[in-house]
Design a protein around this ligand. Structure first.
Ligand code: 6PG
Length: 261
């Protein structure tokens, strides 16, 4: 249905992509601050944090373009059940790529890592993370789902996003906000992840997918769907979803590109 389709943006290089992503994040930040004076974001791991750093660490072009990092609350869209200083930790990755590089003078965000007390029990790890979401989003009220201002996600070469993998029973989860997974086909196997209802309920969802290695799966996601997790997000959230890609990742993909204005 026109207007309800995801936005597909393709750039010739990562600097063009990063500049547009910065613009999009700033617009989303502005909307979040208008709405509730904070900006609630969840981020994934993989190659995303590096692109994010390129986008966010650039000098602001105007007053409007300033990243108000001290107003951000950062959650993890998925996380591996490992200590926070482990090389597989998404927290460690974001810290290294982004948080540590942001000058302290502009203020620090509130960051919500997993509670490493529960690394041996992924169900408890997920439950405790869900409690953090309840504390932040529900504040004593009963809410059906948290509404993130923005999700910043990646797509795996098999069409997974967060730690939701093709054909996995977790794709049918309807109640939990955060779920454990013990058999992730992408190592490490033990993780927690936001569930599909939480992902598709966000105000905005941005995917970043770059490189030739993504070409085949992008074709499948956009042309066939095939119940792939990324396609499920596209279908459920429609034009609240924006894909930031490079030309190599979408070469030959039959889906209308939008120009980023
Ligand atoms: O923890 C993870 O494994 C990630 O959160 C995962 O969902 C990632 O975003 C995709 O696998 C894309 O990764 P790339 O951008 O590295 O391809």
């Amino acid at each position: 249905m026109p207007g309800k389709q995801p936005n597909l943006f393709a750039f010739s290089d990562t600097s063009g992509l990063a500049a547009a992503l910065r613009n999009y994040i700033v617009t989303s930040q502005h909307a979040g601050l208008q709405r509730h004076e904070v900006f609630k974001v969840a981020v994934s791991g993989g190659s995303l944090p590096q692109t994010l750093a390129q986008a966010l660490l650039a000098e602001p072009k105007s007053e409007e373009d300033v990243i108000k990092f001290d107003k951000w609350e950062i959650f993890f869209a998925d996380e591996r059940a490992v200590p926070l200083d482990h090389e597989d930790s998404n927290y460690a990755l974001i810290k290294k790529e982004l948080l540590d590089k942001f000058p302290a003078s502009i203020g620090q965000p509130i960051v919500h890592p997993i509670d490493v007390e529960h690394l041996n029990d992924t169900q408890e790890l997920a439950d405790q993370y869900e409690k953090k979401l309840v504390d932040s989003f529900a504040k004593g009220d009963s809410v059906r789902l948290p509404i993130f201002d923005l999700l910043l996600l990646g797509s795996g070469p098999d069409g997974h996003t967060c730690s939701l993998f093709p054909g996995h029973p977790l794709l049918r989860e309807t109640d939990a906000w955060v779920a454990p997974i013990e058999d992730s086909p992408k190592p490490p196997p033990r993780r927690i992840t936001l569930t599909l209802p939480v992902i598709t309920h966000a105000v905005k969802i941005a995917f970043v997918a770059t490189g030739e290695g993504k070409k085949e799966i992008m074709k499948e996601i956009f042309e066939e769907g095939n119940g792939l997790p990324c396609a499920m997000v596209n279908e459920a959230a429609g034009d609240r979803v924006s894909w930031f890609t490079d030309n190599a990742a979408v070469e030959g993909v039959q889906f209308p590109r939008r120009s980023f204005l």
